[in-house]
Design a protein around this ligand. Sequence first.
Ligand SMILES: Cc1cc2nc3c(=O)[nH]c(=O)nc-3n(C[C@H](O)[C@H](O)[C@H](O)COP(=O)(O)O)c2cc1C
Ligand SMILES: [Fe+2]
Ligand SMILES: [Fe+2]
Length: 400
Amino acid sequence: MHAINDKVFITSVLNPNMRVFDVVMCTEYGTSYNSYVVVGSDKTALIDANHATFSHEWLEKVDEALGGGKPDYLVLNHTEPDHSGCVAACLKRYPELEVVCSAAAAINIKHITNLPELEPRVVKDGESIDLGGLTLQFVSAPFLHWPDTMFTWIPEQKLLFSCDFLGAHFCEPRLFDHKIVFARDYTTAFKEYYDAIMAPFGPWVAKGLDKLEALDPEVVAPSHGPILTKRGRLATGIEHYRAWSAVPAADTPRKISLFYCSAYGNTQKLAAAIATGIRKALPEARVCAHDLVDADMAHLGAELNSSDAFLLGSPTLNRDAVPPIWNLVAEIDAVNIAKRPVAFFGSYGWSGEALPALSERLATLKAAVYEPQFRVRFVPSENELDAAEEFGAEFARSLE
Ligand SMILES: Cc1cc2nc3c(=O)[nH]c(=O)nc-3n(C[C@H](O)[C@H](O)[C@H](O)COP(=O)(O)O)c2cc1C
Ligand SMILES: [Fe+2]
Ligand SMILES: [Fe+2]
């Protein structure tokens, strides 16, 4: 049985084969669903549950950690089903168990377990439960990454259960940071996890870090990936989260990005001319044009989401914008895109549906859709390229 110390056992289940998480996130390195058993002198608590698929395996581990005893509490730091999918099975096995969670989580868990009689013990920020020699202290951490999220802190051990915060979809059998074998892969997985799960909640990440640093933990045990220790990778992880969640300084040059596809180079020519126009109008801006074919979508999605304004360029093929552009649109951080200026351009042959379709979608996402769209029939002429440059300049001036 793996353990953090003689009172905290690790009941994590490894899923090395997972390749997609939550439909949207590619997970090249699998994952672990971490959970823990904390044994006090009077009471015992489970920290987080598991994915429903692994109910059986998880309950076996819990049994082993309990050594024949019964748990008193099940702390749910967050109710996403990768951690709550076996709560119902757990309650069936241990009917006396008291579920402990935030107010938001209490509502969610009723709908997840479909147990209307379930009445969790709702805890607020700062409340605690005495296990005998060990205290569970609850730290509200909303939007990291659901409204329900909290951390659980054991002051006697300076140990923080941080839920998804500082986690990674990464799966190595030795569960601690100082035992990682493929360190570069872990670094990649840690960043990808941040981008996919935490990035939309930058200000909340900063608040979570403030709380975490005030506690000054020796060990941070997240709900996915390796456990982080002070002598291992904890400081680096915190440093990364600080940098990634930082608000750019007011004098940071604006970033304006163009994303386009082009089957025959026509939309590409427009992209180049529009970029020139933007640069002339806003010489201090950082302007970058990205061809989507063969590009890494997750990377380009991050580029788009960190742009102050952006443009989407697509030809019309079979009455629509092309799939890579839609794939990029799917990477948009819908939580934070509202009011972000976006313009559209592209070449078409006869019907030209691409730009209206994209514009409609971005309007639904509440971006600040710029009018007019810039479209050209087939191959742009010299005049049309000049007009494209002027279109870029106009768009740039509209941002001032
Ligand atoms: C397979 C295919 C389907 C197309 N379907 C449409 C269409 O439905 N409506 C339209 O306006 N143009 C259509 N076109 C014409 C393209 O939009 C036009 O060739 C455009 O100039 C391509 O721009 P690009 O070089 O940037 O890819 C189609 C072209 C191809 C190759
Ligand atoms: Fe989650
Ligand atoms: Fe999770």
